[in-house]
Design a protein around this ligand. Structure first.
Ligand SMILES: Nc1ncnc2c1ncn2[C@@H]1O[C@H](COP(=O)(O)OP(=O)(O)OP(=O)(O)O)[C@@H](O)[C@H]1O
Ligand SMILES: [Mg+2]
Length: 201
C-alpha cells in the first residue's frame, strides 16, 4: 500500500526546496505547479478558455500565454483568480490522480504531491498525510523579492491571495520549518520523514 503525502505551504515558503529533499531520497514527487504550467500552453481547451476569459492581453508576441501577465491579473482580483482556478484545477487534478495511480501500481511506498493549494482545492482528501512547509511572512517576502525581482507590494499581494500559512499549519499533520537555514530545514525534513515512515496512518 502506498502512502500519499500532500506537501504544501505558502508562496516561496520552500515547497520546492523540500520536494528536492524527497527526490534525493528517491521518493517520487508529483509537481502540480509544473503540470499547470504545461497545461496552460499545451492543452487546447484550457488555452481557448483562458483567452475567452482574460482576452488577448495575456498573450506573448508568439501567441503563448504569458504567465506573468496572467499572475498580475489574478493576484489582485479574487473573482478572476476563482475563474482561472476553475479552468485549470479539474485537469490538474485529473492528471495528478492518474500519475498517482501509476506510481501506486509500481508499488511506491511513499508518493509526494506538491500542491500549493492543497487545502483550498480539496486535494488533501486524496492524501493520507499532509505536510506544511513553513516560513515567516518576512522570509517569504525577502525570498520572493530576490527570486522574482518584484516589488514588496506585489509580493504581499501574492502572499495574501492564499489561505494564511498559520491556518495551513493548523490543518496539516506535520510542519517542516523552513524559516532558518537549509541545514535546519533538512533536519526538520528528516524528523518528519522518519515519523511518517513509522506510523501506519
Ligand atoms: N531556508 C532558506 N533560506 C534561504 N533561502 C531559501 C530557503 N529555502 C528556500 N529558499 C529560497 O527561497 C526561494 C523559494 O523557495 P522554494 O522555491 O523552495 O519555495 P516554493 O514554496 O516552492 O515557492 P513557489 O511558491 O514559487 O513554488 C528560492 O529561491 C529558494 O532558493
Ligand atoms: Mg515551488
Amino acid at each position: 500500500m502506498s502512502k500519499i503525502i500532500g506537501l504544501t505551504g505558502g508562496i516561496a515558503s520552500g515547497k520546492s526546496t523540500v520536494s528536492k529533499m524527497f527526490k534525493e531520497r528517491e521518493i517520487p514527487v508529483i509537481d502540480t505547479d509544473q503540470i499547470a504550467k504545461t497545461l496552460l500552453n499545451e492543452d487546447k481547451d484550457i488555452y481557448k478558455e483562458i483567452l475567452k476569459t482574460f482576452g488577448e492581453d495575456v498573450l506573448t508576441p508568439n501567441q503563448e500565454i504569458n504567465r506573468n501577465k496572467l499572475a498580475q491579473i489574478i493576484f489582485k482580483d479574487k473573482e478572476k483568480r476563482k475563474k482561472l482556478n476553475a479552468i485549470i484545477h479539474p485537469k490538474v487534478k485529473e492528471i495528478t490522480l492518474h500519475e498517482t495511480t501509476h506510481l501506486k501500481d509500481l508499488k511506491q511506498p511513499l508518493i509526494v504531491l506538491d500542491v500549493p493549494l492543497l487545502f483550498e482545492a480539496d486535494f488533501d482528501s486524496v492524501c493520507d498525510v499532509t505536510i506544511v512547509v513553513y516560513a515567516r511572512k518576512k522570509d517569504q517576502i525577502s525570498r520572493l523579492l530576490s527570486r522574482e525581482g518584484i516589488d514588496e507590494a506585489y509580493a504581499k499581494q501574492k502572499i495574501n491571495a492564499q489561505m494564511p500559512l498559520s491556518k495551513k499549519k493548523e490543518l496539516a499533520d506535520y510542519i517542516i520549518d523552513n524559516s532558518k537555514s537549509i541545514l535546519e530545514t533538512r533536519k526538520s525534513f528528516e524528523r518528519v520523514l522518519k515519523e511518517i515512515e513509522k506510523t501506519n496512518k
